[in-house]
Design a protein around this ligand. Structure first.
Ligand SMILES: [Zn+2]
Length: 81
């Protein structure tokens, strides 16, 4: 590279970096909505679901009067009192 061009190349690099940050400021990432995640419900359990659909994976279950309902496949596991 011609040494006489070095200052110009440097200037182009600086201006280029400034242009990139300026463009980034023009399009800020959308603010993430604050997750108003409720505290874990008491009647929500993570249990292994032994249906073929869930393949023994641990899935979220809801405690209902009928039993524990898998949120993934809907299988109801009766709970012995
Ligand atoms: Zn399931």
């Amino acid at each position: 590279m011609n040494p006489d061009l070095a200052p110009y190349v440097g200037a182009v690099a600086v201006i280029g970096a400034a242009a990139v940050t300026w463009a980034a400021r023009l399009f800020p990432a959308p603010a993430r909505p604050v997750e108003d995640k409720p505290a874990a419900a008491v009647d929500e359990l993570w249990l292994a679901c032994h249906t073929t659909r869930c393949a023994h994976m641990t899935t979220r279950h809801d405690r209902t009067p009928a039993g524990l309902v898998c949120r993934s496949c809907g299988n109801v596991t009766e709970v012995q009192p």
